[in-house]
Write a protein that binds this ligand. Structure first.
Ligand code: NAP
Length: 588
């Protein structure tokens, strides 16, 4: 403990210091206490200050609740900037800070002012030209009206001294960020063709500058995980995330709509590639009001459901299912109102309108036959290593369901599709321990038509971060090439950078005769067999029936080539692969 006098001086020093100075002090004290520095005898414990303004309080201010966030943005033509970016991200993660690798061509303008530490690695081509992929990012900087006074940055330029405008793009980015008010924490690094000579020491210097800060971040991360632990009744941790992106992946003219949704949390999400996110969607406000009005019931009326007392509005909004009622519920309703109702999916408001009761239908009696909303699961399309532990991405097809009264959007896919940026959405993680990446040196074959591509986006980005000798092969299928090639840019880039070794796409509605993923598999049977014989793991994700069954059949057909001589039955061989965990499915 400090004496009163020392404590007052210490508090005064904290008051007068900036957040960065606290970081430096924290790192300094932490280093002093390491036995190797002979500091084990130094007493650094102190009672938390209570009189400091909350914004500056090391225990309750920003420092405590937000781990360091770094973005490494690369703009590349030949892949060198990306290689260095990947290396830097790895080093940052080893420090315990949160680091994301982003490409200049997919960088989002709205992220710029939110950056905490922004490190840009960009090459220059020809006469001082940026690489094609860096142009969108440079445009964002040129168009930005935001003050970046909260952003700290450093730029590493790649170039060739034999050209007059050596590392011009690096210089441009460095000065644009500075003009926007961002704080340069390291001078521009300028690499010649043999880029490692400058890049390595530049990164080491950067890492040592961040080192002190990272120590604080490590302790924050531990605290924050415990803050996230809000168990549901089922014992799962419920996260509350804000929607940061909700876009349609299809292009104009598409005959369907599939969304890419990104949700960000303030705490780390405990998940791995292959896991799903579970959502309990709410009923629409207007639908709930319609039901209450048809029942002539006030929002505040109390009603009991499974032993708990609810306000009628909340119960219909959050707890009971009122859309696409199953036949068992419809038939219970039919006996309540004493009418015959044909089988088929329908909604509660439709039942209440078309099949009214002769006698007053008691709210409690109706509620007793309703079933609770159950969670819907979506494969996570992001990788914690690549996109950060505080984000999950989803690939959600807006399902269309035929009802008595016409086609309606699916309950949960409709709910997720309508989420606006900034809206808060609760979710939990559903583990899928059998659907996991193997060691980085094992080949994988991924078959993912439609939304089935989601976990494979996660796999590929994860493998990009933790690369080994394992090769990656993706079969993707959708309706039309022009409008439905989800994640096309990312996938092609992953091919360019050697992460994705083979990509076969099948577009079913571009030709008279439908072409499906299994047709592409058949065309590549010989190579597929080689991969399988080499120990590749086969993954299948997407719709169960008929897709997964047809893919099974195709695999058996392909394997027959292999088992023909041995007399072994190919379907037994496929079963064996399944039992050995070499054919893994996540189908719905
Ligand atoms: P999809 O309907 O599975 O279609 C994707 C591609 O697969 C299309 O080109 C389709 O062609 C083709 N296809 C159809 N039958 C096939 C077969 N037998 N073999 C191989 N390919 C076949 O795409 P989706 O949008 O991902 O929908 C999947 C279903 O999963 C939806 O009904 C959705 O409700 C459900 N689901 C989705 C999620 C999610 O969004 N993450 C989660 C749970 C459940 P054609 O249509 O031209 O025949």
């Amino acid at each position: 403990m400090l004496s009163d006098e020392k404590r007052n001086r210490f508090l005064q020093l904290l008051k007068e210091s900036t957040k960065d100075e606290w970081v430096w002090m924290s790192g300094y004290l932490s280093a002093l206490t390491q036995p190797s520095l002979g500091g084990s005898s130094v007493d650094v414990s102190f009672t938390p200050p209570v009189s400091i303004d909350s914004g500056n309080d090391p225990l309750h201010g920003n420092l405590k609740t937000q781990p360091i966030q770094c973005s490494v943005v690369y703009g590349t033509e030949t892949g060198n900037s990306k290689k260095l970016g990947t290396e830097l991200v790895k080093k940052l993660k080893e420090l315990g800070v949160s680091a994301k690798l982003k490409s200049t061509d997919t960088y989002k303008a709205k992220d710029l002012k939110e950056e905490e530490y922004l490190f840009v690695i960009v090459s220059t081509h020809g006469d001082g030209e940026p690489p094609q992929a860096a142009k969108p990012f440079i445009q964002i900087l040129a168009d930005s009206k935001d003050s970046l006074s909260k952003v700290k940055f450093a730029v590493l330029g790649l170039g060739d001294t034999s050209y007059p405008l050596f590392c011009q793009t690096g210089e441009d980015v460095d000065s644009m960020l500075s003009k926007l008010g961002a704080e340069r924490i390291q001078t521009l690094g300028k690499c010649d063709v043999d880029f490692d000579l400058v890049a390595k020491p530049w990164m080491s210097e950067l890492i040592s500058k961040l080192n002190a800060h990272s120590k604080t971040a490590t302790t924050q991360s531990a605290t924050q995980t415990s803050q996230a632990a809000k168990p549901t009744s089922g014992g799962k941790v419920v996260y509350e995330g804000s929607v940061i992106t909700n876009i349609v992946l299809n292009d104009t003219g598409a005959s369907k709509s599939t969304r890419h949704i990104e949700i960000k949390t303030t705490v780390p999400i405990d998940y791995q590639p292959g896991d799903s996110a579970g959502f309990l969607a709410y009923n629409r406000d207007e639908e709930v009001n319609r039901i209450l009005s048809l029942l002539k019931t006030d929002r505040e009326t109390r009603v009991t459901y499974k032993g708990e007392t609810w306000m009628a509005y909340d119960l219909f909004r959050k707890k009971v299912s009122v859309r696409f009622l199953p036949d068992r519920v419809i038939q219970k309703y039919a006996s309540l109102v004493g009418k015959e109702i044909p089988s088929g999916k329908t909604d509660l408001d439709v039942l209440l309108t078309l099949h009214t009761s002769e006698n007053k239908l008691e709210l409690q009696t109706l509620v007793d036959i309703l079933e609770p909303i159950v969670p819907r699961y979506y494969s996570i399309a992001s990788s914690p290593s690549a996109h950060g532990e505080d984000e999950v991405h989803l690939t959600v097809a807006e399902v269309e369901i035929e009802t008595f009264t016409g086609i309606k959007t699916g309950f949960c896919s409709g709910y997720l599709s309508e989420l606006k940026e900034g809206e808060v959405v609760p979710f939990f993680i559903q583990r899928n321990n059998s659907f996991r990446l193997p060691s980085p040196d094992t080949d994988i074959i991924m078959i993912g038509p439609g939304t089935g591509v989601a976990p494979f986006r996660s796999f590929l980005f994860e493998r990009e971060q933790n690369s080994g000798n394992g090769r990656n092969w993706l079969f993707f299928g959708e309706r039309n090439f022009v409008s439905d090639f989800y994640y096309q840019t990312e996938l092609l880039e992953l091919m360019d950078t050697g992460v994705l070794h083979r990509l076969n796409a099948a577009f079913s509605r571009d030709t008279k005769q439908k072409v499906y993923v299994q047709d592409r598999m058949g065309e590549n049977a010989a190579e597929l067999l080689k991969w399988i014989e080499n120990g590749a793991i086969i993954y299948l994700c997407g719709s169960k029936d008929p897709m997964s069954k047809d893919v099974d059949r195709k695999l058996i057909e392909i394997l027959t080539e292999r088992t023909f001589d041995t007399g072994k039955d190919a379907s037994d061989y496929l079963k064996e692969l399944e039992e050995m965990g070499r054919y893994i499915k996540d189908v719905y």
